[in-house]
Design a protein around this ligand. Structure first.
Ligand SMILES: C[S@@+](CC[C@H](N)C(=O)[O-])C[C@H]1O[C@@H](n2cnc3c(N)ncnc32)[C@H](O)[C@@H]1O
Length: 231
């Protein structure tokens, strides 16, 4: 499908706006949902257990900008097989493509993937990007990745085990997983689990200006397997 047709399809369902996200060289032009708060009531849904699921994918979170900036200054991605989980609009994965990675964008929301696909096309990443609808609780992946990237996906403790299990299976033994999150206290629970899964990590915090102009402290965790601990 051409990018024009894809955009028409998206615009038939959502009000959209294009936002440039500055990077060191050129900005990434991100087409996102305009005023997602207006859609909260219509897009929120309850699962069979009565748990309410909010449409978090309709926001471009500051962690995505933080992860994109981090990857923008990483020259080791060229030629690597990269997996993005919970990609939302796809900003971080697009930067990974532009740095030469072959990126598999995944999210369990089909409409998020439509935006990510359009944004990847719009930013010249067609030959570097693939898209798969995937729930990380039931991963449908083939093979291993040298990088797994994710922004703002560890906000619920129920996410931690399936995400770490997925890393155990699909991260190369010498690979790296990079998580960005907005320095929530709850992230400590995720970090506590890492040694049990045989990971060590480094953490850096940087100030990131979100789309609303507010400055957020974004933590970037880089996970690697402990030497000597088999995957
Ligand atoms: C807080 S949003 C972050 C979106 C994007 N990474 C960003 O930072 O702007 C969480 C994302 O994870 C996705 N997600 C939540 N649970 C998921 C699951 N079990 N499997 C796959 N994706 C999931 C949501 O659809 C959403 O896109």
């Amino acid at each position: 499908m051409s990018s024009q047709m894809l955009l028409q399809q998206i615009e038939s369902r959502y009000p959209v706006i294009e936002k440039p996200i500055p990077m060191v060289a050129n900005p990434i032009r991100m087409t996102i949902v305009d005023d997602p708060d207006q859609l909260l009531d219509t897009l929120s849904k309850e699962d069979q257990h009565g748990v309410l699921h909010l449409p978090y994918w309709t926001y471009l979170w500051p962690s995505a900008i933080g992860l994109a900036r981090y990857l923008d200054s990483d020259d080791g991605i060229y030629g690597e097989r990269v997996l993005e989980i919970g990609c939302g609009f796809g900003l971080a994965g697009i930067v990974a493509c532009q740095k030469g990675g072959m990126v598999l964008f995944t999210d369990y929301e089909q409409d998020a993937l439509a935006f990510a696909r359009y944004n990847a096309l719009r930013n010249g990443c067609a030959d570097k990007a693939c898209f798969v609808q995937m729930d990380w609780n039931t991963p449908c992946l083939k093979g291993k990745f040298s990088r797994v990237i994710a922004s703002d996906v560890i906000y619920e403790d129920t996410h931690w085990t399936p995400i770490l299990d997925m890393l155990q299976t699909h991260l190369n033994p010498d690979g790296e997983a990079i998580f960005a999150e907005p320095t929530r206290t709850s992230a400590a629970g995720f970090v506590d689990r890492l040694s049990r899964y045989g990971f060590t990590y480094t953490k850096q915090i940087s100030d990131v200006v979100g789309l609303d102009g507010v400055v957020f402290k974004i933590s970037i965790y880089c996970l690697k397997r402990d030497r000597g601990v088999p995957p």
